[in-house]
Design a protein around this ligand. Structure first.
Ligand code: NAD
Length: 449
C-alpha cells in the first residue's frame, strides 16, 4: 500500500494558502489555458476529504484507511511509433476503495498522467459512486501518452498493451474501466476485445462501449446529461430558469459538448467555448450542435463562423449564469477565480476548482456544484451498461435517460438538503454523504471497527 500520507502532508502547506507549489509536470495545454493549479489534484481531493472527516469527527485511523489506495499498479508500455523508434510510456491503475462494490473508473490518455493524478481521480470515484448510490468502489487509470499526436493504429497498440498488463486486476466483478479524457467508445472496444482474448467474451469488463458492442444507449451523453439534470434541479432555488440560461463551456469534448447541446435543447444560450486550441465567444449565442459538427469534421475551434476568437483566459470574463469547466483539473484557481462572472459553477471536469478558488467563489456567493455530484451521470449510466451486460438485455434510451434523471435528482436533493441544514457548501455536504456511506459499508464488512 502506498504511503499517501507523505503526499497529503506536502500538499497541504504551500502557496495556495493551503498547499505547496504543484510540482507535477504540465503539458502544452497550459500554454492555451488559464493558469493551472497551484496544488496537485491529489492535494485538492485530500483537502476536501479532510474538511469533511473533521466535521464528521471520523477517527484518524479510519480516515487513514479511507485516504490511502487499496492497490496501485504501474506498468511499462513500450510502443514502436511512426518514427521507427520504441517509446516507453507508463500506464497506471489505482483502485482506491472497494468497500461498496467492484472498482469503477475511467482511463485517461494524456501526457500529464502520473500516479499522483490517477490516485486523485480514483479517490474522487469512491465518493462519487457513494453519493449517487451505485454499487461500485472507486478506481482510475491512465497512460501518459500524447494522445493527440498518435494515429488510431498507435492508440490501439497502447490500449491493447495496457490491457495485457493490467487484466489480472480487472474483470466485471473486480474493476471495470470506462472512457475519460482522450479515450472513447472505440478505446473501450479495443480494451474489451483484448480482455476477451484472455478470458472469453466479457462485455461487462468495460463500460462506455460502442452500441454495436453491447454499449448502452445514452452512455456517451450521460455525463453531460447528468450535469444538466442537476442544474435543472438546482436552478429554481437560485431564482434561475434553465430555459433562460446563458452559459460558458471550458473544454468542448465529450462532457462539455453534450452538456452544451442538452442545455441548448431546453432553451439555454451558449455564449463562450474553449478547447485545448483556443477560445471563442458570441453574446448572441453559439450553435452547440453546429460547433460539435465543425469540430468532429476536424476543423479548428477558431475557424467557427459568426463568433469572435478570444484568448483562452478571456473566457472567464464572459457574463453568464452558468460556467461549466469540462477540461482538466485545477483550471479555476487562486489566480483567476475572481474573474468569473457567473452565478453557478457546474463542475463537469474532475477537480477543476482548487481550494483557494473554491473559497473565493463561495465568498462571492457563486454556487459551486461539485464534481463528485455534478459529473456522476457517466458512472450512473456505466452502472446501467454493466447491469445490461450482466443480464444480456438492452434498455431503451428513454428508460436510460429517465433512470439517470431520477438518480441525479435524488442525489442533488440529498446533498442540497444536507448543505442547507448544516449551513455548509454543497461540496462539503457531498463529501460527508459519500464518506459516511463508504464508512458504513466498510464497517458492515468488518474492515474497520
Ligand atoms: P475529452 O477528451 O472528450 O475532452 C476534453 C476537452 O478539454 C477537449 O475539448 C480538449 O480540447 C479540452 N481541453 C484540454 N486542455 C484544455 C485547456 N487547457 N483549456 C481548455 N480546454 C482544454 O474528455 P472528457 O471525457 O470530456 O473529460 C473532460 C473532463 O470531465 C475530465 O476532467 C474528466 O475527468 C471529466 N469527466 C469525464 C467523464 C466522462 O464520462 N467522459 C465523466 C466524469 C468526469
Amino acid at each position: 500500500m502506498a504511503d499517501d500520507a507523505t503526499v497529503t502532508e506536502e500538499g497541504l502547506h504551500g502557496d495556495d494558502g493551503l498547499g505547496p507549489p504543484d510540482k507535477s509536470p504540465r503539458s502544452a495545454n497550459e500554454a492555451t489555458g488559464p493558469a493551472r493549479a497551484e496544488l496537485s489534484n491529489y492535494a485538492i481531493v485530500n483537502h476536501y476529504f479532510d474538511i469533511a472527516t473533521e466535521r464528521l469527527e471520523l477517527r484518524e485511523d479510519i480516515a487513514a484507511v479511507l485516504r490511502s489506495s487499496y492497490r496501485e499498479v504501474q506498468v511499462q508500455i513500450p510502443i514502436r511509433l511512426g518514427d521507427g523508434r520504441t517509446h516507453v510510456f507508463s500506464g497506471f491503475r489505482v483502485q482506491h476503495n472497494g468497500a461498496r462494490g467492484p472498482y469503477k473508473g475511467g482511463i485517461r490518455f494524456h501526457p500529464e498522467v502520473d500516479l499522483d493524478e490517477v490516485r486523485a481521480l480514483a479517490t474522487l470515484m469512491t465518493w462519487k459512486t457513494a453519493i449517487v448510490g451505485v454499487p461500485f468502489g472507486g478506481a482510475k487509470g491512465g497512460v501518459n501518452i500524447p494522445a493527440g499526436d498518435l494515429s488510431q493504429a498507435e492508440l490501439q497498440k497502447v490500449a491493447r498493451s495496457f490491457m495485457d498488463k493490467i487484466e489480472k486486476v480487472l474483470g466485471p466483478n473486480r474493476d471495470i474501466p470506462a472512457p475519460d479524457v482522450n479515450t472513447n467508445a472505440q478505446t473501450m472496444a479495443w480494451l474489451m476485445d483484448e480482455y476477451g482474448k484472455l478470458h472469453g467474451h466479457t462485455p461487462a469488463c468495460v463500460t462506455g462501449k460502442p452500441i454495436a458492442l453491447e454499449g448502452s444507449y445514452g452512455r456517451e451523453a450521460a455525463t453531460g446529461r447528468g450535469l444538466i439534470d442537476v442544474y435543472r434541479e438546482a436552478a429554481p432555488a437560485l431564482g434561475l430558469k434553465p430555459e433562460d440560461t446563458r452559459f460558458v463551456v471550458q473544454g468542448f469534448g465529450n462532457v462539455g459538448s453534450w452538456a452544451a447541446r442538452i442545455l441548448q435543447d431546453i432553451g439555454g444560450t451558449l455564449v463562450g467555448v474553449s478547447d485545448a486550441t483556443g477560445a471563442i465567444r458570441a453574446d448572441s449565442g453559439i450553435d452547440a450542435d453546429a460547433l460539435h459538427a465543425h469540430l468532429a469534421a476536424g476543423d479548428p475551434l477558431g475557424d467557427f463562423a459568426g463568433v469572435d476568437a478570444i484568448d483562452a483566459d478571456e473566457l472567464l470574463d464572459i457574463e453568464c449564469e452558468v460556467f461549466i469547466p469540462a477540461a482538466l483539473g485545477g483550471m479555476l484557481n487562486q489566480g483567476n477565480a475572481d474573474r468569473l462572472r457567473c452565478r453557478v459553477v457546474l463542475e463537469g471536469a474532475n477537480s477543476p476548482t482548487t481550494p483557494a478558488a473554491d473559497e473565493i467563489l463561495t465568498d462571492r456567493g457563486v454556487v459551486v456544484v461539485p464534481d463528485v455530484l455534478a459529473n456522476a451521470g457517466g458512472v450512473v449510466v456505466s452502472y446501467f451498461e454493466w447491469v445490461q451486460n450482466l443480464q444480456h438485455f438492452r434498455w431503451e434510451e428513454d428508460a436510460v435517460n429517465g433512470q439517470l434523471r431520477k438518480i441525479m435528482r435524488t442525489a442533488y436533493r440529498e446533498v442540497s438538503s444536507r448543505a442547507e441544514a448544516d449551513g455548509v457548501p454543497l461540496r462539503v455536504a457531498a463529501y460527508e454523504l459519500g464518506i459516511e456511506r463508504v464508512v458504513e459499508a466498510s464497517r458492515t464488512r468488518g474492515y474497520i471497527a
